[in-house]
Design a protein around this ligand. Structure first.
Ligand code: AHR
Length: 511
């Protein structure tokens, strides 16, 4: 009954609001605006299910076309995406990973059981060299997640030395393994989810552990580390408070994890074939990240008003039930227009937090959770989420342009509030203005008039990501059901531009 009431209320609000025309004021003349850190478009690759093996790495002997063992189709798709940073090797896996097992001749690398993720046997054929070489191919920053839960201070310290030192025992070992020059390593995570799979610690205890581990991660030969403390999950504000109170002077960044999931126990709902109520509930849950970020940021502001310590949302995205017939520990889920909407609305929010939020890493890059790419044998699928990340990559490192508009509000069937429309804008290094719009309403196009401070739009082009239904997805061996198309519903009137954004679509405009 409650559900019917919310559904009715939702329907009434939606049709009432959706008839309104939305006036959007774009303040392209606003001064002193922050940069949208390109790292907000970061990725995450864990030894989990088919992310590393099958997804990224097939080995040089594979029949699947590859470049020295990396899938060629994946590398090309990621180059187009412009991946700024990639986090590895976990996740929960990181706190059981012993990096020495993954260097040197492959035949000598020991096997291990990946006990976090389905008990799969890990042969360590993808290790430090394979990861750093991939980052070089993609021209992205590596972000290492170090083992605090089951590793030692010495082990983590030596990993940093192995990667970054020019001389010494660890550098010598790296050279013997075929790499003369050190790599650069900036982002170093000291543990992952230390409140849970990373050791079940209390924040007070972890704060001290963090300080100890971080102390011995040295900077060699001009390499500068950006040390990141393992942060809170979702609404655990106490974790952030304790870490800021006790360890802020020793960290450059503090992480946070927020998944769009209906609950951790019991079914999470299917990634495909969901109903409209579930669509709104998921999108509404995803935009709650705005409030969660604000609350963590307020705590950080109290301890660090200069905003020296960055906030890194180094895991986020949708989490549904695995696809039927797949290993429950492998977290393989399909990806629909609903995921695309979550991605666009989340990125729009992240842009507004860019003064504190310096990185975000969607989970995960391939074959796991809200993936960019899915693979099956030699086939590859670019997901709707991939397309949003590709369309939005123009915002990477661009200057934030404030917008104001009456966003209207919807109430989802489970009572969550979400905006009826979501807009973001930025100006890139060449002075080009980009405006991205997400219309989450399933059954109504919305007309937006963009009013600029001074700017007189001349050439406007656009792309739209829309599909037959919100359940549409891209499948193996089929024509893509969700792919960007040129957007032409644009009218110029002097200093303003009117666009009609289709129902449940994402539009990116370039001025
Ligand atoms: O991304 C999957 C898992 O989610 C990660 O391993 C862990 O950090 C989080 O709980």
């Amino acid at each position: 009954m409650k559900r019917i009431t919310f559904a009715l209320l939702f329907g009434v609000l939606a049709s009432f609001c959706a008839n309104a025309q939305v006036q959007v004021n774009v303040h392209e003349e606003a001064e002193n605006q922050p940069k949208i850190h390109k790292e907000i478009y970061g990725q995450f690759a864990e030894h989990l299910g088919r992310c590393i093996y099958d997804g990224i790495w097939v080995g040089p002997e594979s029949d699947i076309p590859n470049i020295n063992g990396y899938r060629k189709d994946l590398v090309e798709a990621l180059q187009t995406l412009k991946v700024p940073v990639m986090r590895w090797p976990g996740g929960c896996f990181a706190d059981e990973y012993h990096w020495m097992d993954g260097v040197g001749p492959k035949e000598n690398r020991p096997m291990m059981i990946n006990s976090n993720w389905g008990g799969t046997v890990e042969d360590n054929s993808f290790g430090t060299h394979e990861f750093f070489n991939l980052c070089e191919m993609l021209d992205c920053e590596p972000y290492l997640s170090g083992n605090v839960g089951s590793g030692t201070v010495e082990e983590l310290a030596k990993w940093v030395e192995y990667i970054t030192a020019e001389e010494g025992t660890m550098a010598q070992l790296r050279k013997e393994h075929g790499r003369n020059e050190p790599w650069k390593l900036k982002y170093l995570g000291v543990g992952n989810e230390s409140w849970g799979c990373g050791g079940n610690m209390r924040p007070e205890f972890y704060a001290d552990m963090y300080r100890r581990y971080a102390t011995y991660c040295r900077e060699f030969d001009g390499n500068r580390l950006y040390k990141i403390a393992s942060g809170a999950s979702d609404y655990d504000y106490n974790w952030t408070k304790v870490l800021m109170d006790r360890a802020r002077g020793h960290m450059h960044g503090l992480s946070l994890h927020y998944y769009t999931v209906t609950g951790w126990t019991g079914p999470k709902g299917p990634a495909l074939g969901f109903d409209t109520d579930s669509y709104y509930d998921i999108v509404a849950k995803s935009v709650e990240i705005d409030e969660v970020l604000k609350n963590h940021e307020a705590i950080m502001d109290a301890y660090d008003p200069q905003r020296r310590v960055g906030l890194l949302l180094d895991e986020w995205g949708t989490w549904f039930d695995v696809e039927p017939g797949t290993n429950p520990g492998h977290l393989y889920q399909q990806n629909t227009m609903r995921d695309a909407m979550v991605a666009a609305m989340s990125l729009n929010i992240f842009h507004r937090h860019t003064e504190r939020l310096v990185m975000a890493n969607i989970a995960q890059i391939v074959n796991v959770l809200q993936a960019m790419i899915l693979t099956k044998g030699s086939e590859i699928v670019l997901t709707p989420t991939y397309h949003v990340f590709r369309m939005y990559n123009v915002h990477q490192d661009a200057t934030y342009v404030p917008t104001d508009y009456n966003e209207g509000q919807l109430v989802s069937p489970s009572g969550r509030i979400m905006p009826e429309i979501s807009v973001t804008a930025s100006r890139d290094a060449e002075g080009v203005l980009h405006v991205s719009i997400a219309n989450p309403v399933v059954d109504k196009a919305q007309t937006l008039t963009l009013n600029f401070d001074e700017f007189k739009p001349k050439n406007v082009t656009g792309e739209v990501l829309a599909a037959k239904t919100i359940q549409s997805y891209n499948d193996f061996g089929k024509e893509p059901a969700v792919a960007p198309k040129p957007f032409t519903a644009i009218k110029k009137n002097g200093k303003s531009v009117t666009v009609t954004v289709p129902a449940a679509s994402v539009v990116c405009l370039t001025f």
